[in-house]
Ligand binder design. Structure first.
Ligand code: G3P
Ligand code: MG
Length: 232
């Protein structure tokens, strides 16, 4: 696989460790992922938490909605193998620039502002802006992020084939279009590339599918097993 094919550990490296935990991020780094993707939600306490679902049951020993639990109670939960639900700052301290950081905004209503504040602090402390990619399916929230921190690259998440192809990514000034593997269409790839936008595909765990996507010209994949993409 050429060096230009980007391998992004999905939720850290969820094939090997509990998703969106510090252990998963550390595992992704150890496996050699170029980038680490994780999901971030803004909690009412003001904390930015690494968490995918709205509810706690699937990935922790808690019950109910994450949003209705106090921060301290959430931090008591076991997110797998004794891991805590991490904060964005804890994730960045662990990564220490050893991999690119793809922060996926899962919530809206202030999430862009909160994440922009944290990312800008790290940039002010010496992190290159190219180490970050902020993405979301919630394109208005991503637009808000881009207005607040135009220097930070963003990725438009798409779970389908838009009527106007890559137009949403173009309008956002996005560095990438992060596309579901179910909806890979050569015309979408061509349109993105014609506008200098990378195409990264999620979530790809089968090496044969990785090879097929590489042949189609995609620029990288999100994988629960980053070592599979690195080994091709
Ligand atoms: O960011 C790529 C991918 O993580 C988007 O889907 O549901 O796994 O967050 P999801
Ligand atoms: Mg995600």
């Amino acid at each position: 696989m050429s060096n230009s094919f980007t391998v992004i550990g999905h939720r850290g490296a969820r094939g090997h460790a509990p998703e969106n935990t510090l252990l998963a991020l550390d595992t992704g780094i150890r496996l050699g992922a170029d980038w680490l993707e994780f999901d971030v939600q803004l909690h009412e306490s003001g904390a930015l938490l690494l968490f995918h679902d709205l509810t706690l049951e699937r990935t922790t020993n808690g019950r109910g909605l994450l949003a209705t639990q106090p921060f301290e109670a959430l931090r008591q939960l076991d997110a797998g193998q004794g891991q805590q639900i991490p904060t964005l700052e804890e994730a960045l301290e662990l990564i220490e620039q050893r991999a690119g950081v793809n922060i996926e905004l899962k919530t809206a209503d202030g999430t862009a502002e909160a994440v922009a504040g944290v990312v800008r602090n790290y940039v002010a402390a010496g992190w290159p802006v190219e180490k970050f990619l902020v993405s979301s399916f919630h394109l208005p929230e991503l637009w808000e992020f881009k207005q607040l921190a135009p220097e930070i690259p963003v990725g438009a998440l798409v779970g389908g084939v838009p009527l106007d192809w890559a137009a949403c990514a173009i309008e956002l000034g996005a560095a990438s279009l992060n596309l579901s593997s179910e909806f890979v269409d050569p015309r979408l790839i061509t349109d993105a590339h014609a506008h200098g936008i990378k195409v990264y595909v999620y979530t790809v765990n089968d090496p044969a599918e990785m090879r097929m996507l590489q042949a189609l010209g995609v620029d990288g994949v999100f994988s629960d097993y980053p070592e599979r993409a690195l080994a091709l």
